[in-house]
Design a protein around this ligand. Structure first.
Ligand SMILES: NC(=O)c1ccc[n+]([C@@H]2O[C@H](COP(=O)([O-])OP(=O)(O)OC[C@H]3O[C@@H](n4cnc5c(N)ncnc54)[C@H](O)[C@@H]3O)[C@@H](O)[C@H]2O)c1
Length: 375
């Protein structure tokens, strides 16, 4: 239970990372906080002192800060959202934890598994709650699919196949996304799109027993959009990922994750069972996790419980579910749906899985984790 809730019982949220019009924090976190019951957008922080007050007003925040530390120190901020690029996550998260704030952070949490482990340990030591924007597992379609699977609607699941893509990591990249080509950024197709995809798979089916990975660079010569003369970058980080594996249940798993998504190639997750099938589909430019998903059971569209998110833009729905679930947890209740918001410990488990995937690719062998993943 949160002790610092404001007089109206609302929890104050402060978001860092809304400085540019195209930022994900501005596109998704701001409307998601406004939509979540019991949360108030108390503050935003950007690095532009000249415009931050206007930005705060435009985004419906009470106050704007040009220094993120001032946002962290604002006593009316109960929850700090870290929505900046991953290399800047660590310092902000540690500052928020030191001030005793609860933290919502974007995925990936850290630039490496070691950094994610450090942050998970710091959050535990601080005694606060955390949430991570691995939002697809709380998509209304995923929640419904998980329930149908738990109820045995398909009988024994025999096979799962997934195609997951994103507009990022294609042959042409925006100038502002150049840093994604740096392996040290910790932001690439494996740590982002493959991670969101496998997190959804694990949340639906309970994890992977063994897997083999093939990661390739399909676009080694990348050009920067709009550059004149044309600016060429040499891509070294894989922009295509294949995973074949066996789920803990014994079912077969095939996953293809692709950068440079074509508009006509959206997301599709197909589950076959002895008594029926499920298909999750949808997807947007930022990937399926940032979109509304639909669910079909045996070819018929399932009616979903969108629980207050039905009027939100597609990319916002799942993030809004993370905030609503987290807010309910902070108040000591739940959503009553036995769903929980992914936290730093979940993020660390996923980081370990990604390490195993990379190891499988580098060593060209099937990996059977000593304990089944997630562990
Ligand atoms: N969960 C999802 O579906 C999803 C989708 C997109 C992005 N993301 C995540 O969101 C985060 C931000 O991504 P983005 O594409 O919005 O990034 P971005 O490059 O657009 O930057 C976001 C904002 O952070 C500011 N910023 C950059 N460096 C900073 C620093 N050192 N200190 C303070 N502010 C800084 C920028 O000025 C900008 O306003 C990343 O962690 C990314 O992985 C998640």
């Amino acid at each position: 239970m949160v002790e610092g809730a404001g007089p109206a019982g609302e929890l104050g949220v402060g978001i860092v990372g809304v400085g540019s019009a195209s930022s994900w924090a501005r596109e998704a976190h701001v409307p998601a906080v406004h939509a979540a019951p019991g949360l108030r957008l108390r503050a935003v922080a950007t690095r532009d002192a000249a415009t931050v007050a206007q930005t705060a007003a435009e985004l419906g925040a009470d106050v704007g800060y040009a220094d993120a530390q001032d946002l962290v120190d604002d006593p009316s901020v109960d929850v700090v959202t870290v929505g900046v690029p991953v290399p800047a996550h660590r310092d902000l998260i540690l500052a928020a934890l030191a001030a005793g704030r609860h933290v919502v952070t974007e995925w990936p949490v850290g630039t490496s598994t070691a950094q994610t482990a450090e942050l998970a340990a710091a959050a535990t030591a601080a005694g606060v709650r955390t949430a991570v924007d691995l939002q697809a597992r709380l998509a209304p379609a995923a929640v419904r699919a998980r329930r149908l699977l738990a109820d045995g609607a398909l009988g024994r699941v025999t096979a799962v196949s997934v195609y997951s893509s994103t507009a990022a990591f294609g042959p042409v990249v925006p100038a502002g996304a150049r840093y994604l080509e740096d392996p040290k950024s910790g932001m690439n197709l494996t740590t982002i799109q493959a991670a969101h995809t496998l997190d959804l798979v694990a949340s639906l089916f309970g994890g992977l027993a063994s897997f083999a990975t093939l990661r390739t660079v399909q676009h080694p010569d990348v050009t920067v959009a709009g550059s004149d003369p044309v600016d060429h970058l040499r891509r070294t980080v894989p922009d295509h990922v294949l995973v074949q594996g066996r789920l803990l249940s014994g079912a077969a798993l095939a996953v293809e994750v692709s950068g440079g998504r074509a508009p006509e190639a959206p997301f599709r997750l197909e589950v076959r069972g002895e008594r029926g099938s499920l298909v999750l589909s949808g997807g947007g430019p930022r990937g399926f996790q940032a979109s509304r998903l639909r669910l079909e059971r045996d070819g018929s569209v399932e009616v979903l419980d969108e629980a207050g998110t039905q009027d939100l833009p597609d990319p916002v729905v799942n993030v809004a579910r993370v905030y609503a679930t987290f807010a309910a947890e902070l108040r000591g209740g739940g959503t009553g749906e036995s769903e929980s918001a992914p936290d730093f410990d979940d993020a660390l488990r996923l980081a370990h899985l990604l390490d195993d995937l990379v190891r499988s690719d580098e060593e060209r062998r099937t990996v059977e984790p000593p304990a089944p993943w997630p562990r």
